[in-house]
Design a protein around this ligand. Structure first.
Ligand code: DGT
Ligand code: MG
Length: 244
């Protein structure tokens, strides 16, 4: 159970309470272990709702969400969540050191500092921590510490998701506050890991998902097209417009 971590959605729909329209409508697709998938679509298309289903925070209203052919339910949700690394749209920093924020939930004496720094390097935030923060990894952040910018917080969030070396990485607009050069470096670093990890990347910007094996294009809760970047650019005028 939950060994290969291949994900599948079968006739999946989701309705929020009291909503007139479904937030997701009859989705069918598979994500193979070790592949990278991009989810794109305009605001309100249903991207975060889909991520919340993958994370086991929401249950399908209709149809099925399966991992390795098993429906994710109360019995296996926690087991599934342990294999996930998630970077939300907004990163929450606790009042603690940078190291504690990256190794979130680990008691200070058990933090693997070399793993913290390795993950910070992949997330392109290691140099910033060493060069710009007075006490490096021991600098206090959060409400009572140093204030970090949106892009700095995002990179801490990415390092945090990498710390536990998860099988599956889920990025919800996780690089939206980064400049193009930094975003490209983060994505390249993450793609190096992707031969063994499954990567699910949500984005507004097409450049973020350009190198994904498969891109799913959502509009008003429905998949209106899917394929790799080149295929979609060639056949889908709406997708082409997003690229401009
Ligand atoms: P974004 O983050 O602005 O790019 O938009 P998405 O693609 O992440 O959209 P999402 O999944 O947040 O919303 C999809 C639809 O569901 C949209 O019509 C708003 C609606 N919706 C989202 N969250 C809730 C909620 O908690 N309650 C209700 N009633 N509707 C919600
Ligand atoms: Mg969203």
């Amino acid at each position: 159970l939950l060994v290969n971590h291949s994900i599948s959605f079968q006739n999946l729909s989701f309705f929020y309470e009291n909503a007139e329209k479904p937030a997701l409508k009859n989705l069918n697709f598979d994500i193979k272990k070790g592949s990278s998938i991009g989810l794109v679509g305009s605001t309100g298309a249903g991207k975060t709702t889909l991520v919340d289903l993958i994370l086991g925070l929401l249950e399908p209203s209709e149809g099925e969400f399966k991992v390795d052919h098993a429906i994710i339910d109360e019995k296996n949700t926690r087991q599934w969540q342990k294999s996930l690394g998630y970077v939300p749209q907004d990163i929450y920093l606790v009042d603690a050191s940078i190291s504690e924020n990256i190794a979130l939930g680990i008691p200070v004496e058990k933090i693997d500092q070399s793993q913290v720094e390795k993950c910070a390097e992949l997330a392109q935030v290691h140099d910033f921590i060493l060069e710009e923060l007075a006490h490096g990894y021991q600098t206090q952040v959060g409400e009572r510490g140093v204030r970090l910018s949106g892009g700095q917080r995002q990179r801490i969030g990415i390092a945090r998701a990498l710390y536990h070396d998860p099988e599956v990485l889920v990025f919800d607009e996780a690089t939206s506050a980064l400049d193009n050069v930094t975003e490209k470096a983060v994505i390249e670093a993450v793609n190096i890991l992707s031969h063994k990890k499954t990567i699910i990347m949500i984005a507004h910007r097409l450049s973020t998902v350009k190198n994904c094996d498969q891109i799913i294009y959502l509009e008003q809760g429905e998949i209106i097209d899917s394929g790799n970047y080149q295929e979609l650019i060639e056949r889908n005028p709406k997708f082409r417009n997003m690229a401009i």
